[in-house]
Design a protein around this ligand. Structure first.
Ligand SMILES: *Cc1c(COP(=O)(O)O)cnc(C)c1O
Length: 229
């Protein structure tokens, strides 16, 4: 079931890329496995999938320990500095960095493990009251701070579209994130390169691909509906 859904989503991604004149190899599918047990994740793994995303450190850590070593793990949920140390020995990409204190803590913990951790800076693009991400104006200072660190690599930006049925609004927000990436791309350092744009989930990944996403984060369309969000 999961293998079947995965392959049909991958086909869909390929055809969306073709229509948009894009190379499907430049779009990475992160399977968002939050709330699903390791057995379900293994079904996707056995089908050849390797990128998985979780939104809570308490759930990510036991799954990282239980599942195969060659999985590439993405932390995509709201980041608490005091939890960074719990995942720093293993997590591959932290997509939800929003402030310099996050960068400082990741740098410190990655250094302790003699690793480099890839991060994306999450930008608030949704105009919602409950904001998620830094404000666009805060990007230059964050990128500049990151450029002085040696155990962090900034690989791009991440954004969450608004929770709305209005697809045009979500598309506008994806375009905004794309424009921000273009605007800040000139800021390129040895460890800062805004190659990636992580945007799009089960309900809107088609638009995200059309608008230039290189990482899409899909949960329910692969694993089925969750009992809770
Ligand atoms: C849960 C979640 C997703 C995936 O959502 P689906 O609608 O299940 O595809 C993507 N990104 C983030 C940050 C999430 O928390």
């Amino acid at each position: 079931m999961i293998a079947k859904r995965l392959s049909s989503i991958k086909e869909d991604i390929a055809s969306l890329c073709e229509k948009a004149g894009r190379d499907p190899d430049e779009v990475t599918l992160v399977a968002v496995s939050k709330t699903y047990p390791v057995e379900r994740i293994l079904e996707a793994y056995d089908a050849g999938h390797r990128h998985f995303g979780e939104n809570r450190v308490q759930e990510l850590v036991p799954k990282m320990q239980a599942l195969p070593d060659d999985i590439i793990w993405h932390m995509i949920g709201t980041l608490q500095s005091n939890k960074v140390r719990l995942m720093a020995d293993r997590v591959n990409c932290i997509q939800s960095v929003v402030k310099t204190s996050h960068l400082k803590e990741i740098e410190k913990r990655a250094a302790m493990h003699e690793r480099t951790i890839s991060v994306l800076v999450q930008v608030n693009i949704s105009n919602e009251d409950q904001k998620s991400g830094c404000e666009p104006e805060e990007l230059p200072a964050l990128l500049d701070h990151a450029s002085q660190l040696s155990h962090i690599r900034v690989d791009g930006l991440m954004g969450l579209g608004e929770l709305t049925a209005n697809r045009d609004r979500i598309r506008e927000q994806f375009r905004h994130l794309f424009a921000l990436r273009e605007q800040h791309r000139a800021f390129s350092r040895s460890n800062v390169s805004l190659e990636h744009l992580s945007m799009g989930m089960s309900a809107d990944y088609d638009m995200a691909i059309e608008e230039g996403a290189t990482i899409i984060r899909i949960g329910s369309a692969i694993f089925g509906e969750r009992d809770y969000p």
